[in-house]
Write a protein that binds this ligand. Structure first.
Ligand SMILES: *Cc1c(COP(=O)(O)O)cnc(C)c1O
Length: 414
């Protein structure tokens, strides 16, 4: 049975939205982006939402917005996708990579130790959709000693007066803390609409801001929109609709706006997300947990506790006591049956770029341990019961087969 890993969810609602854009006479940034921003603002209960062409460019934008530059430090976890670190490097700053806790979230203790007078921001990553403990991170950032260390060097840094807390929410659209959208708990949450994410626009991202009250959300929205469009005072849609031809370029902006043709895909998906698509993901996760529970090798992923609930973006299966080589062997067996599995993620210090920059995996024992026994299984609304059953049976057989081999007593050579 062939089962893909994360196919996009394209139904009639999506097709209708895209067709509407194609026949409207306007395909780049315009009414669909505005509508998607409105929906994202509502869904995340944020003060403003700005759509961009990827998570990566959104993160670069927000670091630049805050004035992060060469010589500055941004604290990030070792267990994430490379983009978290690349956004920092693209601003000329240094990613200070710290280890994670046993739920894969950036370690609060490690963060507290890593803060220096050069620290401008922390990017916490909601791996698999599991929101980090933002209240704990905020407490660290707001201690008088930490605030005293902070050296404000840009207007936004002066206004905030402390380290900026960014959430890498690439996985966590729909995740909650205390039954509120998780985005409410950090200053800036950046979502990814890449094709494999819970909600997609093919490529895209969305910045949701929840800054303290001394920031004016409407002004920040206007400024950030300019920033996504070369710093140009009038966008093409406004000009083409009788807004006049004259414009000005106010500052050196980026060109990272989202086109309407992409926003249309996201709009079609968001319509059914809370009521349908998210519960369907949750259902798959529940069936996996129920079926693997009986296996003594099963480590249950963090999906829900008293405060937090995941967005069920990944099902990170972890197997007690196996080595990296055994994990790879199990994946080979699963893949041979036609099931596409993945590993999320190879810790940054294991990748060439970061090794070349001097990071060493030996310093990140928790990230390595969480990586070595992890297998991400398919989890998405389109999975049928038959496919889910097949995945479960194949996984159980493959894990048992690999574990059986190591249980066999070593043969004594005579
Ligand atoms: C996908 C992903 C990103 C990057 O998203 P893009 O939209 O492709 O730039 C960043 N962080 C994490 C954790 C991701 O999984």
């Amino acid at each position: 049975m062939k089962i893909s890993f994360a196919p996009p969810y394209i139904d009639q609602a999506v097709i209708n939205e895209v067709m509407d854009t194609l026949t409207s006479g306007w395909i780049t940034t315009g009414p669909k982006v505005a509508a998607l921003e409105q929906q994202m603002k509502q869904l995340t209960a944020s003060d403003a939402a700005i759509c961009v062409n990827s998570w990566t460019s959104g993160a670069i934008l927000m670091l630049k917005w805050f004035g992060v530059k060469a010589g500055d430090e941004v604290i990030i976890p070792a267990y994430t996708y490379c983009a978290t670190a690349l956004s920092v490097l693209h601003c000329g700053a240094t990613p200070v990579i710290v280890d994670v806790d046993d739920e894969c979230c950036i370690s609060a203790t490690a963060v507290a130790k890593a803060i220096t007078p050069k620290t401008k921001a922390i990017i916490a990553v909601d791996i698999a959709g599991w929101p980090c403990d933002y209240e704990q991170l905020k407490t660290i950032i707001n201690t008088p000693e930490t605030k005293k260390l902070f050296v404000p060097e840009s207007p936004k840094q002066q206004l905030l007066g402390r380290i900026l807390l960014i959430s890498d929410a690439a996985h966590s659209i729909g995740a909650t803390i205390n039954e509120l959208p998780a985005a409410k708990y950090s200053d800036v949450s950046i979502f990814s609409f890449h094709a494999v994410k819970n909600v997609t626009t093919a490529e895209g991202g969305c910045i949701c801001i929840n800054l303290p009250a001394n920031f004016n959300a409407a002004d920040e929205y206007k400024y950030l929109k300019l920033y996504t469009l070369n710093g140009q005072t009038k966008d093409a849609f406004t000009k083409s609709n009788g807004g006049g031809w004259k414009y000005d370029i106010l500052f050196m902006g980026l060109k990272i706006n989202m086109p309407d043709i992409c926003a249309a895909i996201g709009l079609g998906q968001l319509k059914n997300y809370d009521a349908q698509l998210l519960p369907m993901r949750k259902r798959v996760a529940a069936i996996y947990c129920d079926s693997f529970k009986a296996m003594d090798w099963f480590i249950e992923p963090a999906l829900k506790n008293e405060q937090r609930e995941s967005s069920y973006h990944l099902f990170a299966l972890r197997i007690k006591g196996i080595t990296e080589a055994q994990r790879d062997q199990i994946i080979d067996m699963i893949m041979a049956e036609g099931i596409m599995a993945n590993v999320h993620f190879t810790p940054l210090p294991m990748l060439t770029l970061f090794k070349d920059l001097g990071y060493e995996i030996s310093q990140y024992s928790s990230a390595y341990a969480l990586y070595a026994n992890e297998i991400s299984l398919p989890i998405y609304p389109q999975l049928t019961d038959e496919q889910i059953d097949f995945i479960i049976t194949t996984v159980i057989n493959s894990v048992n087969a690999v574990l059986e081999v190591c249980k066999e007593p070593a043969k004594v050579e005579l």
